[in-house]
Design a protein around this ligand. Structure first.
Ligand code: AVI
Length: 333
């Protein structure tokens, strides 16, 4: 028993070491570039997760509310677009579990209409999954929830064995945090893990004026700023860096023509920062920017380009009442 326990601890230590080494290597790669970058995936530690929940509730951050509006008020349209017979079993798979607030609206209606399905939320975080499972079991005891921890594609690959019709949810404009190239290959890979007739519900933020988009990434309470600067905090805590957060600030940009919102961290003075885990020091000129995130906004043309090399066709596009956000329903052919 003790041996088993010891090997579990060793495995955990090993995994933690791999994670920290990948973080260090990614930081080094990004900061060695002439135009410095840091990957946005490192926003999401415990503190970052909590800040993102706060962001979703901010008055300026319209994305979550807009998609919730679709799930609450256009649920029947969504279900119709899935084109599933209420008498035959299907699998509802969600990539990135989140708090399930939007999905609950869908689950409630599917359940009340006696659809036969299992709900498979996939997430890398075991903690997020167990919270969601508890919540759903409590609120919707009829809905069968089968949480899946791990990498999206590994889980999809294993779910592929069942050959049952599938509806995959990828909500929240999470795809917008990828470059267009990454998004295309992501959708192609998704297609490879599905069968003919399966559906993909892709939630995306739409291109709209700067006056609406920019405040969503530059809220008056400064929560998004803390979310962005948390990257520096993480490097201080995990990589032995000495970033002084008083001399860096959050700097968002949005190009209404291209639909690309970007977040940067800007150095407010000339300064040098040491990162012990890398064994290097980095100089930042006054006003030099580190690119930390892309939050792409879409239109039909862009979505068509992204799915060009994937085996999907667009079936429906369902928007919220303000036409800020769209849920595209794609069918795998
Ligand atoms: C998770 N993702 C879709 C958010 C977005 O809008 O790009 C992350 C975020 N970044 C700043 N605010 C919210």
């Amino acid at each position: 028993m003790i041996e088993l326990y010891k090997s579990k601890i060793e495995k955990d230590i090993n995994e933690a070491e791999i994670l920290i080494n990948t973080f260090r290597d990614d930081v080094e790669k990004g900061l060695d570039k002439i135009e410095k970058t840091l990957p946005s995936k490192y926003f999401y530690n415990k503190k970052g997760d909590a800040l993102f929940v706060e962001i979703m509730n901010l008055p300026e951050y319209y994305l979550t509310r807009s998609e919730f509006d679709i799930f609450k008020n256009k649920t029947e349209q969504l279900i119709e677009a899935f084109n599933i017979d209420s008498n035959s079993y299907f699998e509802l798979i969600e990539l990135g579990a989140g708090d399930g607030l939007k999905t609950k609206e869908l689950l409630k209606t599917l359940d009340s209409k006696n659809y036969k399905f299992n709900y498979f939320p996939i997430d890398i975080s075991l903690n997020a999954l167990s919270l969601l499972e508890k919540d759903l079991n409590n609120d919707m005891p009829n809905v069968s929830v089968k949480t899946q921890q791990g990498d999206y594609f590994e889980v999809l690959n294993s779910l592929k064995q069942s050959k049952k019709p599938k509806v995959v949810l990828f909500l929240g404009s999470n795809i917008g945090n990828m470059t267009d190239e990454q998004a295309s290959s992501f959708i192609s890979k998704l297609g490879n893990n599905l069968q003919k007739g399966d559906k993909l519900l892709l939630g995306v933020d739409l291109i709209k004026p700067e006056a609406i988009v920019l405040p969503a990434y530059n809220d008056s309470k400064g929560v998004t700023a803390s979310f962005n600067l948390n990257l520096l905090d993480r490097m201080n805590n995990e990589l032995g860096a000495n970033f002084n957060l008083n001399y860096f600030k959050h700097h968002p940009e949005y190009n209404e023509k291209t639909g690309v919102a970007k977040s940067f961290i800007k150095s407010t003075i000339n300064q040098t920062v040491e990162i012990k885990a890398i064994g290097k020091s980095y100089s930042f000129a006054k006003d030099e920017k580190i690119h930390t995130e892309i939050s792409r906004k879409y239109n039909d043309t862009l979505i068509n380009q992204i799915i060009l090399n994937a085996n999907f066709v667009i079936n429906n596009k369902i928007m919220d009442s303000k036409a800020y956000f769209a849920d595209y329903i794609l069918t795998r052919y």
